[in-house]
Design a protein around this ligand. Structure first.
Ligand SMILES: [Mg+2]
Ligand SMILES: [Zn+2]
Length: 202
């Protein structure tokens, strides 16, 4: 079954994880991801970007910088025939220095706020959504809500894969080498297989 929507982390999942990336010129797409986004659009799957951007709370950059990066990402995606349905980001951090952004929030992952907003605003069923990220905190809110979860080995993913071994929900997470290798073998009806050929057990 194809999902209704895929909720993707940004840094380390769609694009290379540059430390506190805040300028469109720093964007480097992970190979194959733009083509994958086009494929998903053709299949009618909605794509959401869900990202923690605590650099705002820390005073490293402003929300306008985050939005400029997202505008560039959207432009890149559209040039390749895909589409991001909406970007969600959390600008907060409890240890931040910028007033208004350093209070506890319900959106910084692993808190579920952004996930709940996507589901409500786009009328999605969580058990028909997938979540993809390079850190366990990207996946945890989705797992809690009943989404199918994929950990990528790009970005922070290799470390997260080690951390996963100690988690009670490890059987619910499928590890894939990159988002570019995530696809659904709809004809077989049983889900997911790496493009490099290996069977992935969920
Ligand atoms: Mg990430
Ligand atoms: Zn927040």
């Amino acid at each position: 079954m194809l999902p209704q929507a895929i909720l993707c982390d940004r840094d380390g999942t769609l694009i290379e994880d540059e430390h506190f990336l805040h300028h469109p010129e720093q964007i480097r797409w992970i190979p194959g991801v733009l083509e994958k986004l086009r494929e998903w659009k053709q299949q009618g799957i909605q794509i959401f970007v869900i990202t923690n951007q605590s650099g705002v709370a820390r005073g490293y950059f402003g929300t306008e910088a985050v939005e400029a990066v997202h505008a560039q990402l959207q432009q890149d995606v559209e040039q390749h025939g895909g589409e991001i349905a909406q970007f969600y980001y959390c600008p907060h951090h409890p240890q931040g220095s910028i007033s208004g952004y350093n209070d506890p929030c319900n959106c910084r992952k692993p808190a579920p706020g952004m996930f709940l907003a996507v589901l409500e605003e786009h009328h999605l069923q969580p058990n028909r959504c997938w979540v993809v990220g390079d850190r366990l905190r990207d996946l945890e809110p989705g797992i809690e809500l009943g989404m199918k979860a994929f950990l990528v080995e790009t970005g922070y993913g290799l470390q997260a894969k080690q951390e996963l071994k100690g988690k009670s929900y490890r059987e619910l997470v499928t590890v894939i080498s990159s988002l570019a290798y995530l696809f659904d073998l709809d004809r077989r009806g049983d889900g997911v297989r790496g493009r490099r050929g290996e069977e992935l057990v969920t």
